[in-house]
Design a protein around this ligand. Sequence first.
Ligand code: OAD
Length: 259
Amino acid sequence: MAPPWPADLLTHLREAAARPRGLAVLTGAGMSAESGIPTFRDALTGHWARFDPMELASEPGFRAHPQRVWDWYSERRDGVRAAQPNAGHLALAAFARARPGVPTLITQNVDDLHQRAGQTDALRLHGNLLEDRWLERCPRAAMQAACPTAGAEPGRPPRCADCGNLLRPGVVWFGESLPPEVLAAAEHAADDCHLLLVVGTSGAVWPAAGLVHRARQGGALVVIINPQPSEIDDQAHHVLRGTAASLLPALLAAAGLVG
Ligand code: OAD
């Protein structure tokens, strides 16, 4: 999108950037699309256009076909490791460095591109694709430390040599709860912020989408960056039609918030 920006947007951004926790940023899969990581719901390229989410992103799906699901996540891990943060990730990280304590980054993404761009304090609502955890609670956890996941016997999926427990990816699957302390911190940020910047999410998944409603109800200015319509456009004061890697650096630079 070429400037001029919507009236007052730059003023509101500067005001938000002048307050501790004044700006909250909620990112979704579109944030990483220009790094080459597929989204979930884009019509031709999204994962869920080709695969059934209940088969690949639910505990029953994993229990039914553990090897198939493990292999799918292994491929996604390879894709993430090969990808690089894009100009949008870098602009957000530069802003966070320039204004410590101002932005709260909330992400639905399970890749590590915000972190590799330098923003290590993101609230990760949906977990971490590059981490493993045990499928069942480790029987040793009650008595002593749980078995280290790194000690699992190689396999697809790897399994515990002692009890056969399977490893699974450390992401939140459909039907599972978000980490409660992470969700609580995200809700707090949405309630308190002066401006919520929503980047690259369809707004189809709750409770993440509910953060946008909370911010709006709490009086924040809601700004969406997305090249396509989303389910939360009606919550936005401004919808900027364009991509994360092009609009984020331009917007933050226009407001004088990054160099
Ligand atoms: P979706 O795939 O539902 O939505 C991606 C959004 O990004 C769409 O609205 C696109 O229009 C937009 N988009 C595409 N390219 C973009 C770009 N270059 N710049 C900006 N926006 C772009 O992804 P999410 O909303 O993140 O759950 O999906 C939410 C959750 O559903 C995900 O976290 C995932 C999935 O099941 C888990 O992994 C647990």
